[in-house]
Design a protein around this ligand. Structure first.
Ligand code: FE2
Length: 183
């Protein structure tokens, strides 16, 4: 219940978002959980006025990383980020765990890749722009990278299905990427 108090201080829409996810979490498969988070995150963006405290903080203080919520039972973590105009995060995966990226305001490009062990390079599979109000799932093992596109920067949410600190992951360099897009 102490978490509920914390949540309510975040604004009504954010509290509802977390409680809905908590409610759906136990009974669902990883795929269903990911879809629930994506759909509810898009609802959250629609329902959150820019005056809500967590958005206010992101827009005024512009933190690179801000943990909004960590669930003590399910273990998921809701991160928020202000991506400044030059921000880019090189290719990486989240190990065996899925992630949902969403944009409250702005525009980021997310590319996905396939690792080609024979030539030790990443082939670009997909380029996708996430713009204001949109959220998208990246599955377990998906190699992805983000680049900031909006001139004014972006407010980005990252829902981690587990705390990544203890998860074995792969990280790559931009130089590993080939520009070919698979059809
Ligand atoms: Fe990521």
């Amino acid at each position: 219940m102490e978490r509920l108090t914390d949540l309510q201080s975040m604004g009504r829409a954010f509290a509802r978002y977390i409680l809905d996810i908590r409610q759906g979490w136990a009974a669902a498969s990883p795929e269903v959980r990911a879809k629930l988070v994506r759909d509810r995150m898009e609802d959250l963006f629609r329902e959150t006025p820019a005056t809500d405290p967590w958005i206010q903080r992101l827009l005024t203080e512009r933190p690179a990383h801000l943990e909004l919520y960590r669930d003590p039972e399910a273990g998921f973590v809701q991160m928020a980020h202000y991506h400044s105009p030059m921000h880019a995060s090189p290719p990486h995966d989240h190990g065996e765990h899925w992630v949902v990226y969403g944009v409250y305001s702005g525009d980021i490009e997310i590319c996905t890749y396939r690792w080609l062990p024979d030539v030790k390079a990443l082939r670009t599979l997909d380029r996708h722009h996430l713009t204001s109000g949109q959220a998208r799932i990246y599955a377990a093992g998906d190699i992805h990278a983000t680049r900031q596109c909006a001139a004014q920067g972006s407010v980005v949410l990252r829902f981690l299905s587990t705390d990544l600190k203890r998860v074995p992951r792969s990280h790559y360099r931009w130089e590993d990427v080939t520009e070919e897009v698979e059809s």
